[in-house]
Ligand binder design. Structure first.
Ligand code: UFG
Length: 329
């Protein structure tokens, strides 16, 4: 058997990165994780996987690790990713997400690593012109976070043109869920995402869920989002990596193509947990678009990506399992 590539996973101790690390290992890839552990967790990195505790801006550490482990490709998850925080602390976002990525890319150039899969976001579209959102929709981010993700996409294009970098930018809609195999899931401090907040409220670990806005132009007045399972996202990264030779420069949306309102999500959590989710109506959260639903036709058609954990209740069930497991830790 031909040995599979060795992949450096930045942010591999974080939520989406750690699920992708597991999937890469299952598929026989070599994996090296780089994470500064500012938001990721050491427990999320499997035993036996090299963990470089370093900032992505530390070119020397990255070059050394890439040479030592014979890295062939990079999956770049390391980033700060909260829309609200990006507006109040843009310096943190431009430093980590933009400047940090310049250093990472330069480490790749120095070590002749030319394959790169990038965690982008639906935030690059801002308030969409039309729904579902395809990749040709206008790119006009409304948050600093979205702008940092778009700036890096533009850098990747320039590195591709000048240096032959091959890359795929994966624009996630709402990442959700936890590995059904157990022992791994989302753990943000503070948690801002709807599904874990609702499950924690069902467990009585926090108070009522604040429903941010009930006067949106949607059927029940609450925002609609496209939730996509983190393991399906992980699979998409591997497909994207394997397709770089034939599709050396691409952007793909990752979503299920169906949207659920905040109230529908709370309903799903009540169904799955069999418990009441206490909720209160609150003001709109600044910067929230009313509806964000992906068209993922491009990656389905081009790479044959097919989400397998697309059902909302199934996604919530994996979070329910994970949150109970966390309680027992
Ligand atoms: N929401 C609530 N109450 C909460 C938390 C969320 O009503 O306590 C609502 C939000 O207003 C939104 C929906 O639930 O309408 C989903 O909110 P999340 O915070 O779970 O996710 P977002 O859609 O805000 O953000 C996600 C990613 C971002 C990314 C964005 C792309 O987390 O990184 O999608 O638009 F930028």
């Amino acid at each position: 058997m031909v040995a599979k590539a060795t992949v450096l996973v930045t942010g591999g101790a974080g939520y989406i990165g750690s699920h992708t690390v597991r999937q890469l290992i299952r598929q026989g890839y070599g994996v090296v994780v780089c994470d500064d552990l500012s938001r990721g967790h050491r427990w999320a990195v499997p035993d036996g996987i090299p963990l470089i505790v370093a900032d992505i801006a530390d070119t020397t550490a990255l070059v050394q690790a890439m040479q030592l482990h014979g890295v062939d490709a990079v999956m770049h998850f390391a980033a700060v990713s909260q829309v609200g925080e990006s507006m109040s602390d843009p310096r943190l976002y431009y430093s980590n997400n933009v400047a940090g990525t310049v250093h990472l890319l330069n480490a790749c150039m120095e070590t002749n690593v030319r394959r790169f899969v990038y965690s982008s976001s639906a935030a690059v579209y801002g308030e969409p012109d039309k729904v579902p959102v395809d990749e040709d929709s206008t790119l006009k981010p409304t948050s600093v976070y979205g702008r940092t993700k778009l700036m890096v996409e533009k850098m990747l294009h320039d590195y591709a043109t000048a240096y032959g970098l091959q890359y795929a930018a994966l624009r996630y809609f709402n990442a959700a869920g936890a590995d059904p195999a157990g022992g791994l899931g989302e753990d943000h401090q503070p948690e801002t995402h709807l599904i874990p907040i609702a499950v924690q409220a069902a467990l009585g670990r926090r108070g009522a869920v604040q429903v941010f806005g009930t006067d949106y132009p949607t059927a029940d007045g609450t925002c609609i989002r496209d939730y996509v399972h983190v393991c399906d996202l992980a699979d998409a990264h591997i497909l994207a990596l394997e397709s770089l030779a034939s599709c050396p420069e691409a952007a793909y949306n990752l979503g299920n193509g169906s949207g659920f309102s905040v109230r529908e999500v709370l309903g799903s959590v009540e169904r799955v947990t069999g418990r009441k989710v206490p909720s209160v109506v609150a003001a709109r959260r600044p910067g929230d678009p009313a509806v964000l639903v992906a068209s993922s036709d491009r990656i389905r058609r081009t790479l044959g990506w097919k989400p397998v954990l697309a059902d909302l209740d199934v996604m919530v069930e994996t979070v329910w399992q994970w949150e109970q497991h966390k309680l027992a830790l």
